[in-house]
Design a protein around this ligand. Structure first.
Ligand code: DLL
Length: 431
């Protein structure tokens, strides 16, 4: 069994708690001194940095939700001078609602180490060729796995996403052994490899797939079609990116890098901390970050934590695959989409808010359609006119969301009205 940082990945519970406590105390002071939100909210709760002495005191701190981060855009949660920051990354998919995360070189190094742990847990060494097909740019997937692969010393192919034929050509020519991308892209690559007739020239042995929900069935299919072992990886931009947690050979949940991020599970309605093993919203506190040290950040991911002994020898607490979200955010082809953004586009273009978002998954790829009701005045039998209108909406939606839905204009009053809350989203994906 190999580990990237064996001592920490296999530390006893007591050693880990102590380390977390020390780091938490320091980070709370750092956040209090540099981020107005924590100063104000802690004062409101009557808590001072000195009251936080160990992990047991964590729950005295205020919870932080994404709305505050958005309101504080761009610098409100920055805890180090810009002159010390070397990078930003940003959440996917939104224009009006982006969150920008800042990193010092120290923050990047720690993040890369987290990704290196994931690569080693998937069997990676400096003999491997790591093929990174996550997007590069503001999205954290590409940069994160790229950095991890460098730390491991593997040959890193910074492919980014898209251009599938070229991906497969490189995979064959450079004998890629570890593939990093979203599970839906892995499934698509598998299909394309099949249709290009090069399956027997592929040398892949493992895949590290995350950024969106995927099922055990999908894992088995990808494993069979690519002849690999497929590992899950989880993370979010606000906390660093991929590598907040990662799967090991046991493939029964993801080990949280809890020497950097302390996880808690709360009741999403009351904010109350729930005992280990109960299902609720996942919350993270960063305890080693300099530039963007978020404490008690609500991920909105619904999840369960477990400390059951793992056969891989790691003692890091495990989280099961996220089981959904406690807000209305959809993740479509890896991009975060809020129904409110679609509504904004429609309102700006003079449409009534009668629309429906239909999401499905066909051959492991998300399909995304927005049906929009016309007003009786707009209603027209001219096919050309309709398709022009659809194209206009498509352009605005693409600009707003960062991905393109299929836009269909439908007849006035044809979308079923609901007696209670409007049903805006029909998500047919079985994940
Ligand atoms: O998706 C970071 C990432 C990149 C993770 C590459 C893994 C691999 P965001 O774009 O900020 O960051 O989206 C974060 O994606 O709150 C979850 O809802 C979802 N998510 C991420 N990983 C998984 C996963 C990146 N393995 C949001 N399973 C998170 C299910 C996931 N959902």
């Amino acid at each position: 069994m190999s580990y990237y940082q064996a001592e920490i990945e296999r530390a006893s519970y007591e050693t880990m708690r102590e380390l977390q406590g020390e780091r938490l105390v320091k980070t709370v002071k750092h956040a209090y001194d540099n981020i107005a939100y924590y100063r104000e909210k802690m004062k409101e709760k009557g808590v001072e940095p000195g009251d936080i002495r160990s992990v047991d005191d964590l729950r005295k701190l205020p919870l932080l939700s994404k709305e505050y981060l958005r309101d504080a855009y761009p610098y409100g949660f920055l805890a180090r001078p810009l002159s010390e920051c070397v990078r930003i990354q940003s959440t996917s998919g939104t224009t009006g609602k982006r969150v920008v995360a800042f990193y010092t070189q120290h923050d990047i190094d720690l993040w890369d180490e987290c990704c290196a742990r994931a690569i080693v847990a998937a069997g990676g060494t400096n003999e491997d060729v790591v093929h990174v097909s996550y997007g590069y740019g503001l999205f954290t997937g590409g940069p994160g796995l790229n950095g991890g692969s460098h730390k491991v010393g593997s040959l890193t192919l910074p492919m980014s996403s898209g251009n599938t034929e070229r991906q497969i050509q490189f995979m064959v020519d450079l004998e890629s052994t570890i593939l990093c991308c979203t599970p839906s892209y892995a499934a698509f690559l598998a299909e394309s490899i099949q249709s290009m007739g090069v399956r027997d020239q592929i040398k892949l042995k493992a895949g590290i797939f995350g950024a969106e929900a995927w099922s055990e069935e999908m894992r088995r299919d990808i494993e069979k079609n690519l002849g690999i072992r497929a590992y899950d990886i989880y993370g979010l931009t606000e906390i660093s990116g991929p590598g907040v947690s990662f799967e090991c050979a046991e493939q029964t949940g993801m080990h949280v890098n809890e020497d950097h991020f302390i996880p808690e599970i709360i009741d999403p309605d009351t904010g109350e901390v729930l005992p280990l093993g109960e299902k609720g919203e996942l919350v993270f506190s960063c305890i080693t970050k300099e530039a963007f040290p978020l404490l008690r950040y609500r991920t909105r991911d619904i999840c369960v934590l477990t400390r059951e002994k793992c056969s891989c020898g790691r003692t890091l607490v495990k989280m099961f695959k996220p089981m959904g979200r406690s807000d209305d955010m959809l993740i479509i082809r890896g991009v975060n989409v809020f129904p409110s953004q679609i509504e904004t586009v429609l309102m700006n273009a003079g449409y009534p808010a009668n629309y429906q978002i239909i999401v499905d998954r066909v051959n492991y790829t998300d399909t995304f359609e927005v049906q929009v009701e016309m007003t009786p005045e707009m209603f027209s039998d001219e096919v050309k006119e309709l398709s022009e209108r659809e194209n206009e909406l498509l352009t605005s939606m693409r600009a707003m969301l960062g991905i393109s839905p299929k836009v269909t204009l439908v007849n006035p009053r044809s979308i079923a009205r609901s007696e209670g809350k409007a049903v805006r989203v029909i998500d047919k994906r079985k994940i």
